[in-house]
Design a protein around this ligand. Structure first.
Ligand code: DC
Length: 220
């Protein structure tokens, strides 16, 4: 059996940075499930489908194929064979993703792929419902969170470094809205699994969080 580490938590808590580094240290594969949802959202944006149009979203799911591959150890997301890894990190795609990941057809589409990836190799998978739904038998579950202020500050700095002109209040509002949607949707909402370890990274650096998780793993 492969060893499975599930990391769930809200947007901006540092899940992907931490999971990626941990995977390298442990020689596990890293699966970023948010990227898969983002690929579907990109498809819907390109088609001009509105997030509220549930029947159009469901119909469009029939036309989407999402695949994952690895290049130099980095996850690549393929949307109908096109590598869209570099196109899915925008705020527009992020907001669309949160809005359409509420639909059962969208979630169904990705569940089997996520489970198949986890069955193949030792894995660190991050998302919103990994510990509660995708890998309920995971060996180690972490619920990684941080305050809205800490997450907004981090995102603000990231965007500044990219040469953009972010507005902190807008970022905080987007984060709150996304949290609300992710935590209150009917299917697979973001919540801490009963057997997950809660970690608040508001006042922790990346390396500190990694060390904390490695210690939890070693203590098992
Ligand atoms: O982790 P991320 O920011 O890339 O995720 C983008 C959106 O995708 C997030 O707001 C909710 C959705 N998502 C989900 O519903 N389930 C997952 N396992 C991962 C992401």
């Amino acid at each position: 059996m492969s060893y499975q580490i599930a990391i769930d938590g809200p947007a901006g808590a540092g899940k992907s940075t931490i999971a990626k580094k941990l995977a390298r240290k442990l020689n596990f594969i890293y699966v970023d499930t948010g990227a898969m949802y983002r690929a579907i959202a990109l498809f819907l944006i390109r088609k001009g489908i509105h997030a509220a149009d549930s029947s159009a979203v469901e119909a469009a799911c029939q036309e989407v194929e999402v695949e994952i591959s690895y290049r130099d150890g980095e996850q690549q997301v393929l949307l109908n064979k096109e590598n869209v890894t570099g196109l899915i990190r925008t705020e527009e795609v992020g907001n669309m993703t949160s809005a359409v990941s509420v639909y059962p057809a969208v979630r169904r589409k990705l569940l089997d792929l996520q489970r198949a990836l986890a069955a193949k190799a030792d894995v660190i998978m991050d998302g919103r419902d990994i510990g509660t739904c995708v890998l309920p038998q995971a060996d180690l579950k972490i619920y990684l969170t941080a305050s809205v202020k800490a997450r907004a500050d981090r995102r603000y700095k990231e965007l500044l470094e990219k040469g953009q002109k972010p507005v902190l209040a807008e970022i905080a509002r987007d984060i709150e809205e996304r949290d609300y949607r992710d935590m209150n949707r009917e299917i697979s909402p973001l919540k801490q699994a009963e057997d997950a370890v809660y970690l608040d990274s508001s006042d922790m650096g990346i390396e500190e969080v990694i060390e904390a998780i490695l210690k939890i793993k070693a203590d098992r």
